[in-house]
Design a protein around this ligand. Structure first.
Ligand SMILES: [Zn+2]
Length: 165
């Protein structure tokens, strides 16, 4: 997620994401939100719900419930927490809701999306972003093959045969 959106979440929910200043040996929050900009609203809603749950629970200090990592994996949203108070009512539910919402939200633009496949990769995208994704992929593949052919030519290898990677 781009810097500006990341900072906005840090600023609005300083207690939830306070671990972003810790080294990666202690928390992976230093890597920011490892997903696309399209999930900003999903994360904002989740953070709002978690904060409300923590605020309305006695005996829990705001910083007791901290997020240690947020990332996209196999097209779905993963959120990891730590602290001995993460069982606060409503926190798990907020994360489950966010995962469900992310599963139908385009990770790039935030529009309505679903799980898409490309060359073995899984990403949650809308139809339009899926086209862009695949076109980018094909272009990169072509550039790579072109470079390889030039390299082989420089090395004096006969490239009249089809070269593929
Ligand atoms: Zn999209």
């Amino acid at each position: 997620m781009r810097e500006e959106l990341t900072q906005r979440l840090y600023d609005e929910f300083p207690d939830l994401y306070w671990q972003h200043t810790l080294p990666d040996s202690e928390s992976l929050m230093c890597y920011g939100f490892e997903c696309g900009d399209g999930w900003y609203d999903v994360l904002h809603e989740m953070s709002t719900k978690i904060k409300a749950a923590v605020d309305s629970t006695e005996d829990v200090e705001p910083r007791d419930v901290a997020v240690t990592q947020v990332k996209e994996k196999l097209g779905s949203l993963r959120v990891y927490m730590n602290g001995n108070k993460v069982n606060v009512d409503g926190v798990r539910q907020a994360i489950e809701d966010a995962s469900r919402r992310a599963a139908r939200t385009c990770e790039r633009c935030g529009g309505e999306g679903s799980l898409k496949k490309n060359h073995g990769w899984l990403t949650t995208l809308c139809d339009e972003c899926e086209e862009t994704w695949k076109a980018d992929w094909d272009r990169r593949l072509q550039v790579r093959q072109q470079r390889l052919k030039m390299l082989l030519k420089d090395l004096g290898v006969d490239t009249s045969e089809r070269v593929s990677l």
